[in-house]
Design a protein. Structure first.
Length: 276
């Protein structure tokens, strides 16, 4: 299947939406986040090593700007569906999949997914669980709509890594969320603080509701009866969508015990139903 391009209406809407922040420090990053599909194609290739993508029913939980829907559709998944709690994301996601008969972006309440049990073969959850008020309830809903032989790809910032990855601030992941918000909120009142730092520190409040550690994620999977596998970046050579660590740290991060202490940036795991 040929690669599906971004619709012109989507690109025009994105550029118009970002025009007021063109001078902002992360403008180029935001534009790339909106428009890029390539990194999702790499994720689809990674997933295909663990569960066939062709013919799979695909759900992106927290689909953002729906780039993954295009990538997995191009890889043979059908239908491809995204859900979002944010009206802005829903708007842009729908612009992006407009005219594709087997693709849809739906708004939902963030609590119960509007699908029957076992409705999807592959579920993607990328940088979502750290924003949820109840990670266990969130994972339980993904488990409910996962087919018996399905697979969840879950990606989330690692609490063991000291940098808050959404804003590039060192320190917040090692503090309780409320404490970090208060501390860095207070720092915005320093008169000589740069505009860049002031903007980042101010945005931190409300950015996350959870700091997820490998230990906590493993405990949640065990509680829900899900089999958790840490994906090994070093086995994917250059076809890995995230920045690479030193080889010894990557290997430590995939060891059952080592993963609990390895300060890798991002947790990348698959979750599957336990087979009886």
């Amino acid at each position: 299947m040929p690669e599906t391009p971004n619709p012109p209406a989507f690109e025009e809407a994105v550029r118009a939406h970002l025009e007021p922040v063109r001078s902002q420090f992360n403008y180029d990053q935001m534009l790339h986040t909106f428009l890029s599909v390539e990194r999702f194609r790499v994720w689809a290739d990674v997933v295909a090593r663990y569960r066939p993508v062709a013919g799979a029913r695909f759900l992106s939980s927290g689909c953002g700007y729906a780039g993954s829907l295009l990538a997995y559709r191009d890889a043979g998944a059908s239908p491809v569906v995204g859900v979002e709690v944010d009206d802005e994301y829903v708007h842009f996601g729908r612009l992006r999949v407009a005219g594709l008969p087997d693709a849809a972006v739906l708004r939902y309440d963030g609590a119960r997914l509007p699908f029957d049990a076992g409705a999807f073969d592959i579920i993607e959850s990328m940088d979502v669980i750290e924003h949820t008020p109840d990670p266990r309830a969130y994972l339980h809903e993904l488990q409910r709509v996962l087919a018996p032989d399905g697979l969840i790809l879950l990606v989330t910032p690692n609490r063991l890594w000291p940098v808050e990855q959404h804003l590039g601030i060192t320190g917040p992941p090692w503090l309780p969320v409320g404490v970090a918000d208060a501390v860095f909120g207070a720092l915005t009142r320093i008169p000589w603080l740069s505009d860049d730092r002031r903007f980042r520190y101010d945005r931190l409040r409300g950015m996350r509701t959870q700091n997820i550690s490998p230990r906590r994620l493993r405990a949640l999977a065990k509680e829900l009866g899900l089999f958790l596998q840490v994906l090994p970046p070093h086995l994917h050579a250059d076809a890995w969508p995230l920045p690479r660590h030193a080889p010894w740290l990557e290997r430590l991060g995939t060891h059952r015990v080592g993963a609990l202490v390895a300060p890798v940036r991002t947790l990348v795991v698959t979750l599957q139903h336990h087979r009886s």
